[in-house]
Design a protein around this ligand. Structure first.
Ligand code: MTE
Length: 347
């Protein structure tokens, strides 16, 4: 994984969207789009989808880096009611920045180009197979997951490459899915596997990586209240580049643990191997805990750079979620000389 030092999406600090503005904009946008669609339908001359695409392209400030029609993301149930238990200590990242700076190796290694490379990927319809050491194995489609009860949560997100964002996810607590399939007593870990479709994902045509992407959690982490199965972001369904149609969000761990486009969830007895840990074990651990005092072997983790504004902040132990995690990860491992490691960006 590489750090881009001069991101093309960098916006001045005053371009950050604050939470109140985000809410009023998204409600305004929905009301406006529904109204526009009604007028169109009455005129009989255009479909709602066409109109929405035109508005989405043509409205300054509402222009989003999307490869799919806006209508694909405008699903019933979104935006979901906000769960206010998860407050932020910073403004929300502007949506265009979060949708145009992505790690998704199935679509290439250049973070700024992922959203342009996802057009062939078909995330709907989709099925997630839940299997392994459970009483009730099951196959779920997107509606089934959404029916577990959507809510919106604003979380900080910290990539191991030292960029960070703060976004409103929509999703269901992973615990609800775990409870529904009733893990057997011997299940101790949960393994997640993404899709394998080289014809739709240019990065998967390279044999450099052991596709499909795979990740894992301890079962006790998977049932923690913070672990979210996200199906949406910024009040609409997930766009392809952010892991459509369903991804994991575990905000106290580095971004690479947050597997996108999940196709299979497996309950297992032994520690599952994980994609980046298999590829580069000395750089990426199974736990992937955010820790400012343990540098990546090639750069410091003491600070982070916010997508959009470029503001630099001190990294927080467990990304600021230590209090909520309680005794799940009680000790902060320290490394001598951590403060001398070079930052991966200019300040
Ligand atoms: N999931 C899959 N399937 N493939 C990936 O390459 N990259 C991970 C994670 N999930 C990745 C993935 C990494 S390294 C990060 S930082 C986050 O996705 C980025 O999520 P975002 O693009 O929505 O910000």
């Amino acid at each position: 994984m590489f750090v881009h030092r001069t991101p093309p999406w960098a916006l001045p600090e005053n371009a950050l969207t604050d939470e109140r503005e985000y809410h009023s904009r998204r409600l305004h946008r929905r009301a406006f789009l529904v109204g526009a669609a009604g007028l169109c339908a009455a005129a009989g001359g255009c479909t709602r989808q066409n109109e929405v695409e035109r508005l989405n392209r043509g409205t300054p400030g509402e222009h989003l880096p999307l490869s799919e029609p806006w209508a694909d993301l405008d699903r019933p149930g979104y935006p979901a009611a906000r769960n206010h238990a998860y407050a932020l200590d910073r403004p929300l990242t502007p949506e265009p920045a979060a949708l145009s700076h992505n790690n998704f190796y199935e679509f290439g290694t250049q973070t700024s180009a992922v959203w342009r490379n996802v057009a062939e990927f078909l995330p709907r319809p989709w099925q997630v197979t839940v299997t392994g050491a459970v009483e009730r194995p099951m196959v779920l489609d997107l509606d089934d997951i959404e029916r577990l009860g959507l809510e919106e949560r604003t979380y900080r997100f910290r990539c191991v490459e030292a960029w960070a964002m703060a976004v409103p996810w929509t999703g269901v607590p992973l615990r609800k899915l775990v409870e529904r399939c009733r893990p057997l007593g011997k299940a101790r870990f949960v393994r997640f596997v993404s899709f394998h479709r080289p014809s739709q994902a240019p990065g998967q045509r390279s044999r450099k990586f052991p596709w499909p992407y795979y990740e894992g959690l301890k079962l006790k982490e998977a049932v923690h209240e913070l672990a979210l199965l996200a199906t949406g972001i910024y009040g609409h369904a997930l766009p392809r580049q952010n892991g459509a149609p369903v991804r994991l969000v575990v905000p106290w761990k580095y971004g690479f643990k947050n597997i996108k486009s999940i196709a299979r969830i497996e309950f297992v007895e032994t520690l599952p191997s994980t994609f980046w840990n298999d590829l580069v074990p000395r750089e990426y651990t199974f736990d992937g805990l955010v820790n400012p005092q343990v540098p990546h072997p090639r750069w410091s983790q003491a600070k982070e750079k916010l997508l959009g504004s470029g503001a630099v902040r001190a990294t927080q132990w467990l990304n600021g979620y230590a209090d909520l995690l309680g005794d799940l990860h009680p000790r902060q491992p320290r490394v001598d000389g951590w403060h001398q490691a070079p930052l991966p960006f200019k300040t």
